[in-house]
Design a protein around this ligand. Structure first.
Ligand SMILES: Cc1cn([C@H]2C[C@H](O)[C@@H](COP(=O)(O)OP(=O)(O)OP(=O)(O)O)O2)c(=O)[nH]c1=O
Length: 190
């Protein structure tokens, strides 16, 4: 049985959609202060920290992921407060940015597979009124970059290039392919 090392309700829903049997055991690692030169390296490093921690406590294979937003070389995680959320949304306004999710599948402290996926997201120009409204919805605070494409934040998104599910937290096709390659998922109709 696979373990999903995540507290994200979105990752749980997406893994369910793939049709894999799994249980959830979130990790408690501190994601602050991890250095990396690329968003892919950062996302995979953070996913590895989460996955390895859970896999040391349990013999089953573990899947962990991390999503980062990168705009012109700057990495954005989740905003800690309103001020940070406003700053992030102002940075994203009227420009494109990359959303990168790193995924790691590991077992007993060893990595079985790891990969990342990049989606380019184009934001419309945001007014102060839109930013203030969005902050009041509380939607930004559990999401990298301070917005959710799948919730009210989606009205700021003009277009994307790449996998939609990757922005929500799990690259769908790549994850399913990796799980199949490792023999952790079969194409079955129940
Ligand atoms: C950009 C964007 C991010 N997100 C989410 C995906 C991730 O859940 C979150 C980034 O934080 P993560 O640290 O990747 O994940 P998490 O803290 O939610 O869950 P865990 O570490 O336990 O696995 O931002 C959206 O839901 N929609 C979006 O449009």
């Amino acid at each position: 049985m696979l373990i999903l090392a995540s507290k994200s309700p979105r990752r749980k829903e997406l893994l369910k959609l793939i049709g894999v049997d799994f249980t959830v055991e979130a990790s408690n690692v501190n994601e602050q202060g991890i250095l990396a030169t690329t968003s892919s390296e950062l996302a995979i490093k953070l996913a590895t920290l989460k996955g390895i921690e859970v896999s040391r406590k349990n013999p089953h294979p573990v899947l962990a992921a991390d999503t980062v937003v990168e705009i012109h070389g700057e990495f954005l995680g989740k905003p800690q407060d309103e001020k940070q959320a406003i700053e992030m949304l102002k940075k994203l306004s009227g420009r494109s940015h990359n959303v990168v999710t790193g995924v790691v599948i590991c077992q007993r402290g060893k990595i079985l597979d790891s990969f990342s996926e990049l989606t380019k997201v184009y934001f419309k120009e945001l007014t102060d009124q839109e930013i203030n409204w969005y902050i009041k919805t509380k939607d930004p605070f559990d999401k990298a970059g301070g917005y959710g494409i799948q919730t009210q934040g989606g009205i700021f998104v003009e277009k994307i290039e790449g996998c939609y599910f990757n922005v929500v937290g799990l690259p769908f096709s790549k994850t399913a392919n990796s799980l199949r390659k490792l023999g952790l998922y079969k194409l079955e109709v129940n």
